[in-house]
Design a protein around this ligand. Sequence first.
Ligand code: NAD
Ligand code: IPM
Ligand code: MN
Length: 367
Amino acid sequence: SDSRSIAVVGGDGIGPEVTAQGRRILALIAEKRSLPITLTDGDYGIEAYEKRGRMWPESTRIAMAEADAVLFGAIGGTSYPLPPKLHKTDSLLAVRRSLDVFVNLRPVKTSPALYEASSLKPRVLEGVDLIIVRELLGGIYFGEPRGVETLPGGERRGVNTHIYTSSQIQRVARAAFDIARTRKGRVCSVAKENVMEAGQLWREEVQAIHDARYPDVELSHMLVDHCAMQLVRAPAQFDVLLTDNLFGDILSDSAAMVTGSLGMLPSASLGVVREDGRRGALYEPVHGSAPDIAGKDLANPIGSILSVAMMLRFSLGMPKEADLVERAVSDALESGARTADIAIGRKYISTVEMGDAVASKLASLLN
Ligand code: NAD
Ligand code: IPM
Ligand code: MN
């Protein structure tokens, strides 16, 4: 049928606050475009754990598994660490693994309206439009062995393992090259092959996929430390940045500052296309639960709202509406709407009021 189902899971801290704004934008599009869409809300996180003994309750698990896409908020709080057993079964990593979402797209685009909110100079920000393609199911996040163990004699040892297989690298590389073909046609692959064997394999496999299937795309390689520097020196040089799980996590928070705030960045995590044509799809802002501002109606909801735009584009087949959501965000910013994180001494509005501002711009664009 044409009907679509979306699971909406706010999670912890500012997660529910920003997700409520993403959700209403989605609901607005559904209403204006008469899109038969079911939104199912699920609880997840520390509160769910305290109330129900599970961070990831069964009902939420089912809603996510059955949905065409998941709109997610954030996880994490100050009562960390949770029981290690739950970490394995209920963490965000477990969620990502269960949805089989191996590639995480994190677009980073500057808008002149927010130049003054950035810590970088306007001339550095001009024309920045890049996307980080982050491998999401491998590397040191998932490698075994892992854990903390006590050695004979009492010394303790923390262990994590950085592993990549060729197929894991190949599938994320193909995703990056495919995306490059829809953009400026340039991929920069980022690894640490001067120190890590897994990084050597990364580079070799990316180069091989390029040579065999994507000779039309321009491929370069950069060491991750150098890339961290180039991202703040001259971010406009990048089109597609292809990198592993940990490096993608770090580089994306850094890259966020070109937009003025971590609160601005959306993401889409996509899975393997299954036999029935469906694929796991998880949409979430790049930021976390921000315990320092949680519960105060202060968070910037734009990361969640732009994640909804990505959902419209990648899961709901509505690229025009996706463009309109992005336009509504720009229009709201251009007319002066600012949450505290991007206000820079100016008057600022609340999370809900930012949702109001975007929704009202969008409503007129949809008419
Ligand atoms: P964070 O992203 O939550 O916050 C970092 C800083 O950015 C804070 O000062 C915060 O106030 C600010 N910030 C983040 N989002 C914002 C928004 N939308 N509007 C305005 N300001 C915003 O990172 P952290 O403080 O290192 O981590 C807090 C918790 O979140 C940890 O438990 C961490 O594990 C978790 N986390 C979860 C996710 C996720 O769910 N995807 C992502 C990152 C961190
Ligand atoms: C992110 C977060 C997560 C990650 C954490 C919460 C597991 O930082 O989505 O960027 O490291 O992937
Ligand atoms: Mn992160």
